[in-house]
Design a protein around this ligand. Structure first.
Ligand code: AMP
Ligand code: ZN
Length: 139
């Protein structure tokens, strides 16, 4: 038994607003939403982040995310939505059990992900792609 908060919700040891669950996935309302309806899609198998997610879970997580997103869009009449996942403390992860956020968006909701976009210096775009292609060849 681990004391991971999401594992405890999955075991029904602590309360959560469960939207649905099956053998592989649970979806709950986030208690600190960006907008009402902000939902989390969580594989039942404990893994700390995306890279630890077992390949056999990919399908169930994405299928569940699709269902939850459709329910949000239709049920709450969203103008748009964000799907995202934070991985690693530096990236904003606070619960170290992999999960996808599905967040409602509305026109003029003033939510901004503040990003300072970079420009590649000459040759860097190609060099970066080359490095990543070489890494991918190792699979
Ligand atoms: P992250 O910061 O990306 O790891 O996301 C973790 C999310 O889990 C945050 O948005 C929290 O508000 C949410 N959260 C933490 N504890 C609970 C809980 N007991 N029930 C529902 N959501 C939770
Ligand atoms: Zn867990």
């Amino acid at each position: 038994m681990n004391d991971c908060i999401f594992c405890r919700i999955i075991r029904h040891e602590i309360p959560a607003e469960i939207l649905f669950e099956d053998d592989h996935v649970i979806s709950i309302l986030d208690i600190n939403p960006i907008h009402y309806g902000h939902s989390l899609v969580i594989p039942k198998r404990h893994c700390k982040d995306f890279l630890e997610l077992p390949p056999e879970c990919y399908g169930s997580v994405l299928t569940a995310a699709h269902r939850v997103t459709r329910a949000l869009v239709n049920g709450l009449r969203l103008d748009g939505y964000n799907l995202f996942t934070n991985n690693g403390r530096i990236a904003g992860q606070s619960v170290f059990h992999f999960h996808l956020h599905v967040t409602p968006r509305y026109a003029n909701d003033n939510i901004r992900f503040v990003l300072e976009l970079k420009k590649y210096a000459a040759g860097e775009l190609e060099r970066t792609a080359e490095l990543l292609r070489a890494e991918l060849q190792k699979d």
